[in-house]
Design a protein around this ligand. Structure first.
Ligand SMILES: C[S@@+](CC[C@H](N)C(=O)[O-])C[C@H]1O[C@@H](n2cnc3c(N)ncnc32)[C@H](O)[C@@H]1O
Length: 173
């Protein structure tokens, strides 16, 4: 695994849950980043869910939304006792790291990112906590970096210093 300083392009799946978002991003970057060096960090408060994320092992039904060519290139279908499951291929799993983190803590030690996904977690926080969490994450977003929330979420009234690109996609000015 490269040291974080040697990585050019970094994406953070904050509140990564069982890792689907992080691995989806890894497939997209593997496909489109060319020779650019990249890595993905997933964080969550639940250690149990992080173990599931690290395994990269899912029920086959989860594959329904993965494009066929990505499935062939980046996933391995389970056989025998693993029938009915698939696992993300090791080459991709090694580019995705999962770390335990509470978004309410200062997470500056994780470094800075080109893109931060914070999807479907703000709903758990009151307005003051939302503002603290988002402002803290924004300090870790590189200039012109993208900040992405869930489809049904908005940062209206939470922060006002971001440029709206399309609904739920923001850019640091
Ligand atoms: C509804 S899931 C969203 C997962 C994923 N981002 C998505 O959109 O599919 C919310 C996740 O936020 C995590 N979470 C809740 N509070 C958190 C906190 N304070 N710090 C970090 N993660 C938290 C939960 O453990 C859970 O995995």
């Amino acid at each position: 695994m490269p040291t974080w300083n040697s990585v050019h392009y970094r994406v953070w799946s904050a509140a990564s849950s069982s890792g689907e978002e992080a691995y989806t991003l890894a497939m997209i970057l593997a496909e489109h980043a060319g020779s650019k060096n990249w890595e993905i960090l997933g964080t969550d408060i639940s250690t149990q869910i992080l173990d599931r994320a690290r395994s990269g092992h899912y029920a086959i039904e989860k594959a329904d939304n993965i494009p066929k060519n990505y499935l062939t290139k980046y996933c391995l279908k389970g056989t025998g006792q693993q029938q009915g499951t698939f696992i993300v291929c090791p080459e991709l799993r090694q580019k995705v790291q999962f770390i335990h983190a509470n978004l309410k803590d200062n997470l500056g030690q994780l470094g800075s990112f080109d893109v931060i996904f914070l999807r479907n977690v703000l709903i758990y926080f009151d307005m003051k906590t939302k503002q603290q969490v988002v402002n803290q994450l924004l300090r870790q977003l590189k200039p012109n970096g993208y900040f992405i929330v869930g489809h049904s979420e908005s940062l209206n009234g939470v922060v006002d210093n971001l440029k709206v690109i399309v609904p739920s996609v923001y850019q640091k000015r």
